[in-house]
Design a protein around this ligand. Structure first.
Ligand SMILES: Cc1cc2nc3c(=O)[nH]c(=O)nc-3n(C[C@H](O)[C@H](O)[C@H](O)COP(=O)(O)O)c2cc1C
Length: 262
């Protein structure tokens, strides 16, 4: 009973979640959405998972593209984990609809709360809170893994109605603007042109010029370029020089660069 867990990640929370699930499930492999070039086929016993961060209260564009461009197996047990900083909102309902359009049922949809990587609104929070979130996530993942191994259907998690109405409107308003939101990135004089920002970008959106990185308006807003810069030289807007950087403590740069798209 093999399980493939497709993940998308900017700062490793979703990769860590996919790994934890895979470890609990056994005979299961996490595969990067952005690096995947194959086709999906599934025997009736198989399970297929999607694990990704919540972006602007919805499903990130690369995850939608992945689902749209691969025929999802109708006979598989399909589950999804929306990794978030406290507001899963309508994300899993949105994914459920996208899959339904393909004739695929989302058998289980769960939220996993982790530290925030949305640095324009501040850092990831106190270390103690982060540790608590990891522990709670680990416990939740254990329960979910046990449901997945029994192929048990689980109701799709969602936020309160007011949140889903308001934030879905905001998601829709901003969705097409995301690729150009990279206009806020800049580098300070700590940049030594090492090129890690360009390598780690899953959108292949960054080119290195003589005077540093250039963002080419195909951004996913994952913030990997900023969060993984070893010199903390990549900035966004005016406030980020003062904010702490974040990536999941168990995920290393080499884990991220292992993705064929990076
Ligand atoms: C552009 C962007 C938008 C985000 N929007 C939300 C959101 O609507 N709700 C939420 O709970 N977290 C939001 N977050 C936080 C991330 O979902 C969260 O930190 C997640 O764990 C990051 O996963 P990753 O490390 O796999 O990239 C957002 C993060 C980014 C970068």
């Amino acid at each position: 009973m093999e399980t493939t867990i497709f993940y998308y990640t900017g700062t490793g929370n979703s990769l860590w979640t996919a790994r934890m699930l895979a470890a609990r499930l056994g005979s299961s492999v996490p595969v990067s959405i952005t690096g995947f070039r194959g086709t999906l086929d599934a025997g009736g016993e198989r399970a297929l998972g999607l694990v990704f961060p919540v972006y602007i209260w919805g499903v990130p564009a690369p995850v939608i593209r992945f689902v749209d461009s691969h025929r999802m197996p109708r006979d598989a047990y399909v589950f999804a984990g929306a990794v978030n900083a406290g507001q899963v909102s309508n994300t899993l309902v949105q994914l459920e609809r996208i899959l339904k359009h393909q004739g695929v049922r989302l058998a289980a949809g769960f939220g996993i709360k982790m530290p925030s990587n949305y640095i324009p609104w501040g850092g990831p929070g106190p270390e103690e809170t982060r540790r608590r979130l990891f522990k709670q996530a680990e416990e939740k993942i254990a329960g979910i893994a046990s449901a997945i191994s029994r192929r048990q259907p689980l109701p799709v998690e969602k936020g309160p109605l007011w949140q889903r109405i308001l934030f879905t409107a905001m998601y829709r308003m901003s969705f097409n603007k995301v690729p150009e939101m990279d206009k806020g990135f800049w580098v300070d004089d700590k940049c030594d042109r090492c090129g890690i920002c360009a390598q780690i970008c899953p959108a292949e959106n960054i080119t290195l010029k003589g005077d540093g990185p250039l963002w080419n308006h195909r951004c996913h807003q994952c913030f990997a370029c900023l969060q993984w810069c070893p010199k903390e030289a990549v900035q966004y807007g005016r406030k980020t020089p003062a904010y702490e950087r974040y990536h999941h403590p168990d995920i290393r740069l080499k884990d991220m660069l292992n993705d064929p798209a990076r």
